[in-house]
Write a protein that binds this ligand. Structure first.
Ligand SMILES: Nc1ncnc2c1ncn2[C@@H]1O[C@@H]2COP(=O)(O)O[C@H]2[C@H]1O
Length: 226
């Protein structure tokens, strides 16, 4: 075996595995390649000189441990065990997200039950929060027309996505249960954390798709673009 895996072969395999890993975008595949490559480096450091290069061996082993911790965290995100206990009941509303991403999104949210009838957004005014309505009917007033929206939808997402004032006034009755995100904090966190941004984008695109699916043409002024 040692005749095949000479130090020259080991260092070539280590370099090739790392090089291949750096070409892979998928984080899990990249980490696995690093792990395999590190194994080759370990074997090389152990056999290249008369005595094992302990300093390099310890350092590489420590990096492998860090990598294994990262891989474990990546895998754990996909399991229900990562769901925040206080919000497990509403995960079915957000099953477009992995449990880990749902936890991340909820970390920045506030969940509450409205104690009084509330004006959530006002047509033409700045929006302070993006809401997800867990239960309760939203009443939308837009360009003089009033219509209800069922629960299980976002409100305020247009202002967040387009960075503009609200396109409609929306009301919720007392007793409605909502999750809300401060719009400024949401935008800032999305800018800083790509994973958070992807999770929010995934939730909102599904929400917009279901709104389009339910929408019917209304007689109104022609669409003027933004
Ligand atoms: N036709 C519509 N269908 C569904 N939701 C709407 C409609 N018009 C307005 N809304 C919601 O009302 C919200 C008002 O604030 P935003 O413009 O930020 O985001 C808007 C949407 O969430």
């Amino acid at each position: 075996m040692t005749e095949i895996f000479t130090p020259a072969v080991l260092i070539t395999c280590a370099g090739a595995t790392f090089g291949l890993g750096y070409l892979i975008i998928n984080q899990m595949a990249l980490r696995l390649m690093m792990l395999i490559g590190s194994g080759f480096y370990l074997a090389y450091y152990a056999t290249a000189a008369d005595l094992p290069l302990w300093g390099a061996i310890y350092t590489t082993a420590a990096m492998m441990v860090a990598n294994v911790i990262g891989i474990t965290a990546l895998v754990a995100r996909r399991f229900r065990l990562s769901l925040p206990r206080a919000h497990v009941d509403i995960y079915p509303h957000f099953d477009v997200l992995t449990p880990g991403d749902f936890r991340l999104v909820m970390k920045h949210a506030e969940r509450l039950t409205l104690t009084e009838d509330t004006l959530i957004t006002e047509e033409g005014a700045a929006v302070s929060h993006v809401y997800y309505v867990v239960s309760g009917t939203v009443t939308v007033t837009k360009r003089g027309l009033t219509f209800p929206l069922p629960d299980g939808l976002f409100v305020g997402e247009v202002a967040y996505l387009l960075g503009r004032p609200s396109v409609a006034s929306t009301h919720l009755r007392a007793g409605a249960e909502v999750i809300r995100w401060d719009l400024g904090h949401l935008a800032q966190t999305a800018r800083r954390n790509p994973r958070f941004k992807l999770a929010i984008d995934a939730m909102l695109s599904r929400d917009l798709a279901s709104k389009v699916a339910e929408a019917v043409a209304q007689q109104s002024a022609p669409f003027a673009g933004r």
